[in-house]
Design a protein around this ligand. Structure first.
Ligand SMILES: Cc1cc2nc3c(=O)[nH]c(=O)nc-3n(C[C@H](O)[C@H](O)[C@H](O)COP(=O)(O)O)c2cc1C
Length: 303
């Protein structure tokens, strides 16, 4: 019998629901299902101040304290990590998990698959997760990102409605429901069938390729463009806020400054850049394809 560790964090329960469905093809395996929690829970709904105040430590990937958790074994045939990006970085609980010594010891020499429940920007965060997994001696075999597939500005607007009210509902009755679509959540297992088959055989060759063939895993080129610079700019902001925000009042001022910068960058600066990008896209198809491939296979050995 194969032993699988499925370890994750979900604040609203969205990623839990994705994982519950994702795991249906694994019913004949021994599953150790661990849900981690921060020692001090985040507010849900978030207030705007607390939401943006989480940025510096998230981006600088500083580990928070987790509530104690227990793993049943010291070794697994496969580890599935379920996480979500926050500010283009692994969420704070995910970072804490990846830096936890007991978790790092089970990662050693173990195949790892990641299941992501994001808005649509997970590329930089996956880079960090892969780096941590590899540093701990594990190796990536698959990555299945579930995203909100509506247009970027629309999903940015609707996710803020969800996060700041706690309601995963249509804003003003006209905007789409935020987050990963219920259709994609209900059909999450489409992508896990090749992974379950690979665990059974103990052979992960081409598993990511088979997962990608199953359907509709997308990385819009506009998202690659934003992520190419986004994280570097966030690191500059994070260090600035930490340097300048030595008192609560000063920090609140700089966090608010960052919030307005982000809103301006997203809704004022990025639209004309994206129009130019769309016009020039036909000239960049080869490099876009190459970059997309790179992210779809981050850390995964293709041979
Ligand atoms: C503080 C914060 C920052 C977020 N930043 C991002 C991000 O950079 N990229 C992204 O795709 N989604 C982002 N999201 C959305 C989350 O990745 C996730 O999809 C959402 O919070 C639901 O996850 P849950 O299962 O933990 O409730 C953010 C959410 C929060 C709370």
């Amino acid at each position: 019998m194969k032993n699988i560790l499925v370890i994750s964090y979900s604040q609203s329960g969205q990623l839990d629901e994705i994982l519950d469905n994702f795991l249906t093809p694994f019913k004949d395996f021994e599953i150790d299902r661990v849900k981690i929690e921060p020692k001090q829970a985040y507010p849900f709904p978030w207030s705007s101040e607390v939401f943006f105040d989480a940025m510096p430590e998230t981006v600088l990937e500083e580990p928070i304290e987790l509530a104690p958790f227990q793993l049943q074994r010291g070794k697994y045939d496969l580890i599935i990590i379920g996480y979500q990006p926050w500010f283009l970085s692994p969420s704070q609980p995910a970072t804490a998990l990846l830096k936890d010594p007991s978790f790092r010891s089970v990662l050693k020499d173990t195949p790892v698959a990641t299941v992501i429940g994001a808005r649509n920007m997970w590329l930089n965060s996956q880079g960090s997760v892969v780096r941590e997994v590899e540093e701990a001696g594990g190796y990536m075999v698959a990555n299945i990102p579930y995203i909100d597939k509506v247009q970027n500005h629309v999903s940015a607007f609707t996710i803020l409605h969800w996060m700041l009210t706690g309601k995963k509902t249509k804003k003003w009755g006209i905007f789409p429901v935020p987050g990963v679509s219920q259709h994609d959540i209900d059909n999450a297992a489409v992508y896990s069938i090749p992974l379950a088959e690979a665990v059974e055989k103990g052979d992960y060759k081409n598993v990511q390729e088979k997962i990608l063939e199953m359907g509709d895993i997308r990385i819009p080129s506009s998202i690659m463009l934003i992520e190419a610079r986004g994280k570097k700019l966030f690191v500059i902001w994070a260090n600035l806020i930490k340097r300048k925000g030595k008192t609560a009042e000063k920090r609140a001022f700089w966090v608010s400054f960052f919030k307005w910068y982000l809103v301006t960058a997203l809704f004022v600066i990025s639209p004309p850049i994206l129009i130019i990008h769309t016009i020039l896209k036909p000239l960049m198809l080869r490099s876009i394809k190459k970059t997309r491939e790179k992210y779809l296979y981050l850390g995964i050995n293709k041979n």
